[in-house]
Design a protein around this ligand. Structure first.
Ligand code: NAD
Length: 504
């Protein structure tokens, strides 16, 4: 008889220490590969939210006064600690999210780019100066922190998405309350511990676990100045509306349906490899996953067999097994939803080329597995095209021309990322200029911008006007001030009621 370990009970992290929480509610954190509960996460009540915001508010005056050099020293130290703990993060993430350990390592690799950006905060926070705009008058600008910022993050990147937010927010002199996904909350606690070890003062970064109750209390709290949200579109829209109505600055990134246009001149193997990786990496649970292939002209006839061949070879298994390529979905509900959408695709007349339902993983009968699934001849009216499936399902649509493909991308309500594979420079240029999405790839399937640019979509993939991290992140987390100053030994200008301006 095997003895099953009792689930661990997690805590919040407030003022530099673990905090059990005042609430009585807990959420189950599953190991998606076994279907068993591995931990219990406390779900914050209003009282806990008060405590976290209060800690961040009290830490703000001192942190915002801290010199830029001292602030950046914390990020240099944090960078080393993140690198040293990268393996530990990968295992923690894989155990709660389900993705293979090797894939989870990518979260820290990409998150490090934003920490490195934060190291260069003295450069990013520079203002402008104009000397002598009028006689003895100079004008200059400065970027000041907002106060307490909140981050609300999704399950699919439990370390990387928080790392898109808090390094920039803290670099600007703000303090932060992170509300991570309650489905894989442990990575956020290790981030908090490492920040403390790196020298971040207590209260500057806090982790508050919870569900809708915690989110609503943060959105309404008068002590929170700004909210960054990443998650599904309906919740992004809700968060944007509620936080903006409470007078806060908001950026709310939503869901996606990302297209890849395969031109007839593209290299078949390169397209098939790219599509398989971009559709099935992380079991399709990436906001930048490619879930739609738009095969132009005769490309479809060659592409579908090449995809089928690659996708059917992939090994489905637990993330902890080094041979696994496709891990489980995050939850039982997610598995049921994806399987039901596959059934609907069949009923609506799409051609099911590869069916991942009922995949069997030896020793993991209760895991949340769905295997690679490929549909051909999908129409824009079908639910498998209309909905963000967020699973290992790739749909192929046949189109006659690049213009037809661009039109489909334009009419899709989402606009996160899209990509083209071609050897024709003119087609690539036409695509980059006309594709209606915030991030475009040319012979690159997942065009996630590097840390020195900003990440964000268009249409229903982003509510708000600033993208996340990069230069737009620095703008989001600061408010600018312009100073007009006159200094002169004897400078009596006399009374003058005219509006200041003109050249004097
Ligand atoms: P989700 O919207 O269910 O949850 C996101 C966050 O919102 C979580 O912290 C959750 O606790 C909270 N939340 C959930 N329901 C809520 C409610 N009713 N009221 C208030 N808060 C609520 O998203 P998810 O399932 O965790 O993540 C997957 C989604 O995130 C996908 O749609 C994916 O495309 C999207 N995503 C987008 C990006 C991007 O950059 N645009 C990046 C990653 C993920």
């Amino acid at each position: 008889m095997s003895i099953m370990a009792e689930p661990r009970t997690l805590t919040h992290w407030i003022s530099g220490a673990a905090y059990a929480g005042a609430g009585k509610r807990y959420g189950d954190v599953y190991d998606p590969a076994t279907g068993r509960v591995g931990a219990l996460v406390p779900l914050a009540e209003r009282e806990d939210v008060e405590r976290a915001v209060d800690a961040a508010s009290r830490a703000f005056p001192e942190w915002s006064r801290t010199s830029l050099g001292k602030r950046s020293e914390v990020f240099f130290a944090f960078r080393e600690l993140l690198k040293a703990h990268a393996d530990e993060f990968s295992h923690i993430i894989s155990a709660e999210h389900g993705k293979p350990v090797s894939d989870a390592g990518g979260e820290i690799a990409r998150g490090l780019e934003i920490v490195e950006l934060a190291c260069s905060l003295p450069l990013m926070l520079k203002g402008e100066f104009s000397e002598q705009v009028s006689r003895n008058v100079d004008v200059y600008s400065m970027h000041q922190p907002l106060g307490v910022c909140a981050g609300i993050t999704p399950f699919n990147f439990p370390a990387m998405v928080p790392l898109w937010m808090f390094p920039v927010a803290l670099a600007c002199g703000n303090t932060f309350v992170l509300k991570p996904s309650e489905r894989d909350p442990s990575a956020s606690l290790l981030l908090a511990q490492l920040l403390r070890e790196a020298g971040l003062p207590d209260g500057v970064f806090n982790v508050l676990h919870g569900d809708k109750a915690a989110v609503d209390a943060l959105l309404d709290h008068p002590g929170v100045a700004a909210v960054s949200f990443v998650g599904s579109t309906p919740i992004a829209k809700y968060v944007y509306g509620r936080a903006a109505a409470a007078g806060k600055r908001v950026q709310a990134l939503g869901g996606a349906k990302n297209h890849l246009v395969a031109m007839p001149d593209a290299d078949l193997d390169a397209v098939a490899d790219a599509l398989t990786s971009a559709a099935l990496g992380s079991t399709g649970q990436r906001c930048m996953a490619i879930s739609v292939a738009l095969a132009v002209g005769d490309m479809g006839d060659r592409l579908v067999p090449a995809l089928r061949e690659r996708m059917s070879r992939l090994k489905v298994g637990p993330g902890s097994d080094s041979g696994s390529e496709v891990g489980p979905l995050v939850s039982k509900d997610a598995k049921a939803r994806v399987e039901s959408l596959i059934g609907q695709g069949v009923r609506e007349g799409a051609q099911l080329v590869l069916d991942g339902r009922g995949v069997s993983v030896p020793g993991h009968a209760d895991g949340f597995f769905v295997g690679p699934t490929l549909f051909d001849r999908v129409g824009a009216e079908m639910e498998i095209y209309r909905q963000e499936i967020f699973g290992p399902v790739l749909v192929v649509m046949r189109v006659n021309s690049l213009d037809e493909a661009l039109d489909i991308v334009e009419r899709n309500p989402y606009g996160n990322g899209c990509s083209i594979f071609t050897t024709d420079g003119a087609a690539a240029r036409r695509f980059e200029r006309h594709a209606s999405a915030g991030m475009v790839g040319i012979n690159v399937p997942i065009p996630v911008p590097v840390g020195s640019y900003s990440f964000g979509g268009w249409k229903a993939s982003l509510f708000g006007d600033q993208h996340i991290y990069g230069p737009e992140g620095f703008r989001f987390y600061t408010r600018s001030k312009v100073v007009t100053s006159r200094w002169h030994e004897v400078d009596r200008v006399g009374v003058n009621l005219r509006f200041p301006g003109g050249h004097s």
